[in-house]
Each structure stands twice: as C-alpha cells, then as structure tokens.
Design a protein around this ligand. Structure first.
Ligand code: ADP
Ligand code: ADP
Length: 232
C-alpha cells in the first residue's frame, strides 16, 4: 500500500466564512495503480490531489504515504516528502518561460541538491524518453501545448518519484496531443509508477485502471475500469 487516507477532511476558511470541501474521504492505493479521480466541478478533486501531493494541508484525518505517517508534518517536512516521492503535472504546464526545456526539467533536481552533471544527463534522458530530443534547448513559447506537457512530465520524473499526480493533464490539449500524453502515462505505469489523475473526461478516464468518483466531498463510487482503452 503506497497511500492510505482515513477520514480526510478539509475546510477552507476565509475570514469568518468556512466551507468543508472534503467531508471524510477514505482511500487506499496500492503501488502500481493507475487511477482517475472524477466528479462534478467543485466536488473537491483538485483539493484532494493537492493534499495527496503535499501541496496543501489536511484539516483532520490521517494520511500515510509509503509507510510514513505524514498527517502532522510541518510545511518544510512536507516539501521534503514531496521532493522525494511525488511528481506533479498541472493542466497549464507551469513551466518557467525564461528557461529552456532542459532547464525546466532540471529544476526539481536543483532543489533536491543533485549534482549538475547528474541532473543534466538525467534531464536529457527524460526529454528523449518523452520524444523531445530535438526541443531540449527550446523555450516554452517555442513549443506546442502537447510538447509543453511532455516537458512537464519529464520534469515530474527527474527525482525518480514513486507517484505521479496529474491535475487535468490533457485539459488544454487537442485529442492527438492528449493521446500522446496518455500513451506516456501508460508506459510509465507499466514501468511501475503509480499514477493518480484528475479528469472530467470519461474517455480519458477509460485509459486508467480504476475510477474514484467524488461528490459533495465524499467518495461516491470507486470501481475498476473494464475494457480499458490503450491498455495492453
Ligand atoms: P474541483 O477540482 O472538483 O473542481 P476544487 O477542489 O478545486 O474542486 O474546489 C472545491 C471547492 O473548494 C470549491 O467550492 C472551491 O471554490 C473551494 N476552494 C478551493 N480552493 C480554495 C481555497 N484556497 N480557498 C477557499 N476555497 C477554496
Ligand atoms: P500542435 O498541432 O501539437 O498544437 P503546433 O501547431 O502548435 O502543434 O506546433 C507545431 C510545431 O511548431 C511544433 O513542433 C512546435 O515545436 C512548433 N512551434 C509551435 N509554436 C512555435 C513557436 N512560437 N516558435 C517556434 N516553433 C513553434
């Protein structure tokens, strides 16, 4: 079991207004799973993914990641866990405009303290793996949306995470580029990477192995995908 979440609650408070967005979520994920998180807009999908990715704090409940209880860690400790175990892919790519593909991919390794030679070599290897060997020194403005997302996937992999979390990774892409991204995820999952992806597109979710549906802050449905698309 790589993730265990018990009775997870999240309340956002702005001034004297507070809203409970997650109302007792329970989820266990085994190593090597490939999961879609679905649900209506505002149902808490991004909030849940951000908590799983140690980008946001939970309000109450328990979160065990890779046998480590991270429920009560400080922001700094969470950053360390995130750096070590998690790769994040965003809908809007979140690349730095002034940096080349290679420099963007290297960033999390700089933060981790990997030597310059090692991270450079690894960044090139990952950019090749996502099919961008000819775009290594290009800046984001010189890349198509699909290419930007492939750079972002390479960046998410630079520190060898055991989990990739992706929030609507194909949300800004045409169907051909989306297929390419899903094919890369399929290969990564085949290599043993656990992937959890938020999507509102049923046909994207059909590429994954399991669908978790959130509604009104709880898990409404949780089931395996039969007749997967693109699977082998
Ligand atoms: P989804 O990804 O399913 O659309 P979100 O997790 O983004 O849902 O948001 C769930 C609810 O939490 C929404 O009502 C949203 O307005 C609210 N919310 C999200 N982030 C914050 C925040 N930082 N402060 C206050 N409310 C927030
Ligand atoms: P897609 O069909 O995937 O959306 P585009 O039509 O945006 O791709 O881009 C096609 C090709 O043109 C890509 O290989 C991309 O690298 C290149 N390209 C896109 N925008 C620019 C740009 N502003 N400067 C240089 N090359 C670009």
């Amino acid at each position: 079991m790589i993730i265990s979440v018990k009775n997870l609650r999240k309340t956002y408070t702005n001034g004297n207004l507070s809203v409970e967005v997650l109302k007792g979520v329970n989820l266990t994920v085994e190593k090597g799973e490939y999961i879609s998180i679905m649900g209506p807009s505002g149902s808490g999908k991004s909030t849940f993914l951000n908590i799983l990715g140690c980008l946001d704090l939970l309000t109450s409940g328990e979160y065990i990641l890779d046998d480590k209880n991270i429920t009560n860690l400080s922001d700094d400790e969470l950053s360390e866990v995130r750096c070590e175990k998690i790769g994040f892919v965003f809908q809007a790519y979140n690349l730095l405009a002034k940096l080349t593909s290679k420099e963007n991919v290297e960033l999390p390794a700089i933060y981790k303290g990997t030597s310059s030679n090692k991270r450079s070599e690894k960044a090139v290897e990952l950019l090749k793996m996502v099919g961008l060997e000819e775009r290594i020194n290009h800046k984001p403005s010189e890349l198509s949306g699909g290419q930007k997302q492939r750079v972002a996937i390479a960046r998410s992999l630079i520190n060898n995470p055991s989990i990739i979390l992706a929030d609507e990774p194909t949300g800004n892409l045409d169907s051909k580029s989306s297929e390419e991204i899903l094919e890369i995820f399929r290969k990564l999952n085949e290599m043993g990477v656990t992937i959890i992806m938020v999507t509102h597109e049923e046909d994207v979710a059909m590429h994954t192995k399991r669908i978790v549906r959130l509604k009104d802050g709880i898990i409404e449905k949780d089931y395996l995908v039969e007749n997967r698309l693109g699977g082998k």
